[in-house]
Design a protein around this ligand. Structure first.
Ligand code: 6PG
Length: 242
């Protein structure tokens, strides 16, 4: 499968990504371990799944984990769990036993430790590190991914499963997976939309060596080699015209 796919708009991206996701989940026997990100792009995907994939049998095998979570209560509209619950989990009536949220209401450091232990316990391990079947990532306009921001890029290489990041403008604390877990996944997919991302997308895809000290998203490089980019034409604008 082409590792870079470009779509006219976000609906096309959700459709194309869903084909990829269904194929992965169908081909996996037993539980499909998936970690999802927050932000606006995943909400569009969740709504697409609720509208177009609701009856699929694959939802019985998917176990949901989070890439990151804002340190807010689970009923806050800023919560990544809240938005996944509202736009997907409740609509599909996913069994709560298949859902492992990061607890944004807990002390950040405490939850980072607890979630790291939960991953170690609930997931299969590869190199003694939690081994996801699929991790869905976004990328901020500043090149952050998960909740590893440029001003804290060193958190990416922490030797733990989870860390506490901090939003550079708001100071909001966030629990986040580290590169140790993200780059240990079987498949990693970026879902990227919008013109504000086009320069960083081009920087990472064309000159990763030059930007990997600036953009945490440039450090996403799974050992499996299975890194896929699903982009709309705005985010991909500069690489389309090469
Ligand atoms: C979060 C996300 C974050 C997100 C990017 C892109 O908690 O905000 O995990 O890393 O993926 O900010 O967000 P958009 O999808 O809104 O562009």
């Amino acid at each position: 499968m082409d590792k870079q796919q470009i779509f006219t708009d976000i609906h096309g991206l959700c459709e194309g990504f869903t084909k990829f996701f269904v194929q992965l989940a169908d081909n996996k026997s037993g539980t499909f371990y998936m970690a999802i990100s927050g932000g606006t792009t995943p909400i569009a995907l969740f709504n697409y799944w609720a509208d177009n994939l609701k009856e699929s049998h694959i939802w019985q095998k998917v176990h949901f984990f989070w890439v990151d979570e804002r340190c807010v209560p689970p009923d806050s509209n800023e919560s990544n769990f809240y938005n996944a619950k509202k736009h997907l989990l409740d609509k599909l009536k996913i069994n709560p036993d298949q859902v492992y949220r990061m607890k944004g209401e807990e002390s950040p450091q405490k939850e980072a430790g607890n979630y790291a232990s939960l991953l170690q316990e609930k997931l299969p391990l590869k190199n003694n590190t939690p081994h996801f079947d699929l991790i869905i990532l976004g990328m901020g306009n500043d090149g952050h991914t998960a909740s590893i921001f440029p001003h804290q890029i060193k958190l990416w290489d922490e030797n733990s499963n989870c860390v506490v990041g901090e939003h550079p403008e708001t100071g909001q604390k966030r629990v986040s997976l580290t590169g140790k877990v993200i780059n240990n996944a079987k498949h990693v997919a970026f879902l990227l939309t919008g013109t504000n991302k086009k320069n960083i997308v081009a920087g990472i895809l064309d000159e990763r060596e030059y930007v990997k000290d600036k953009y945490p998203a440039a450090l996403v490089n799974p050992v499996s080699g299975n890194l896929f980019w699903f982009m709309d034409s705005e985010a991909a604008h500069l690489i389309m015209h090469e």
